[in-house]
Design a protein around this ligand. Structure first.
Ligand SMILES: Cc1cc2nc3c(=O)[nH]c(=O)nc-3n(C[C@H](O)[C@H](O)[C@H](O)COP(=O)(O)O)c2cc1C
Ligand code: SF4
Ligand code: SF4
Length: 262
């Protein structure tokens, strides 16, 4: 049986869901192992020895998250010559979110034989313009997502290539509509996380769950260290809704992930 390693980064559970559901479907033909790249042990060389690799991540402004980009560069030598699938999750639109990482992989010598987008629920809980949906709407979105996962998994199983977003039009739309602006000042944005002291009770949940260890609790309050990866996990997990990032308000409703209602 061929082997496949799935590497994912996920802030609020959407990409993890897609990685796991894809893994279940591909188990028909592959021996699948799934790795969360935010866990240090998962950069082990043995994980890259698989016949094929799949990278899954959420798009942020049509761009792969910084931890996924770093992971790809750090493991460039394992990627060279490999056949690779790239799956991007998004709320609505990215143009070429998957191809954006796919092109980097190809520059490093990997062969992208599958790239796809999966629309998932929104997780930007502090943006009033993009409200967190109700359970019914989230269920509907997930049903559609599962159909998309079925569809690209079938292509993988029967060896059919699919390369969403690699054409020049999608590339231009992804770049000019979103990525160009998102990447501008990306470093400066790392200090944008706001922990509202008057609401924080120092419980430490945010610090315990941050995938890049950007939060510490000092005394009775949490403090951000200026190295945020924008994953929105803490914004959605804080029991006192004390954290905001890019939105203008504190979250009214939080997103608890695709498996929260099950
Ligand atoms: C900082 C940030 C930027 C985002 N930018 C986009 C975007 O450009 N287009 C889009 O459709 N969704 C965007 N989203 C939504 C997420 O990509 C989407 O909800 C994703 O499935 C979250 O995955 P996760 O739960 O694995 O973190 C953004 C989310 C965040 C937190
Ligand atoms: S999860 Fe919220 S209340 Fe708890 S320490 Fe973090 S910011 Fe404070
Ligand atoms: S500080 Fe919050 S939003 Fe930033 S990376 Fe950590 S958990 Fe994610």
């Amino acid at each position: 049986m061929e082997t496949l390693s799935v590497f994912y980064f996920s802030g609020t559970g959407n990409t993890r869901f897609v990685a796991e559901e894809t893994g279940k479907r591909l188990a028909e033909r592959y021996e699948v192992k799934i790795y969360d790249i935010s866990e240090e042990k998962n950069s082990a060389e043995s994980a890259f020895a698989a016949d094929k690799l799949l990278f899954a991540f959420p798009v942020y402004g049509s761009s792969p998250p910084v931890p996924m980009r770093r992971f790809i560069y750090a493991n460039a030598k394992h990627i060279e010559g490999k056949e690779i699938f790239v799956i991007a999750t998004q709320y609505m639109f990215s143009g070429d979110g998957a191809a954006s990482l796919g092109r980097t992989i190809e520059k490093l010598g990997g062969k992208v034989i599958g790239a796809e987008h999966v629309n998932m629920p929104n997780n930007l809980a502090d943006c009033t313009a993009l409200k967190i949906r109700n359970d019914f709407e989230i269920t509907k979105t997930l049903e559609k997502a599962e159909k998309r996962i079925d569809s690209f998994s079938r292509k993988i199983l029967c060896g059919k290539r699919f390369r969403r977003g690699f054409n020049p039009v999608s590339h231009a739309i992804g770049y000019f509509c979103q990525r160009k602006w998102w990447r501008k000042g990306e470093n400066a944005k790392k200090s944008s996380l706001l922990i509202h002291e008057e609401r924080c009770i120092g419980c430490g949940i945010c610090a315990a769950h941050c995938p890049v260890k950007n939060i510490v609790v000092e005394g009775r309050h949490a403090k951000a260290l200026g190295n945020c990866a924008f994953c929105y996990r803490c914004v959605n997990l804080c029991p006192n809704r004390a954290i905001s990032l890019f939105g203008k308000s504190l979250p009214e409703k939080q997103y608890k992930g695709p498996r929260s209602g099950k």
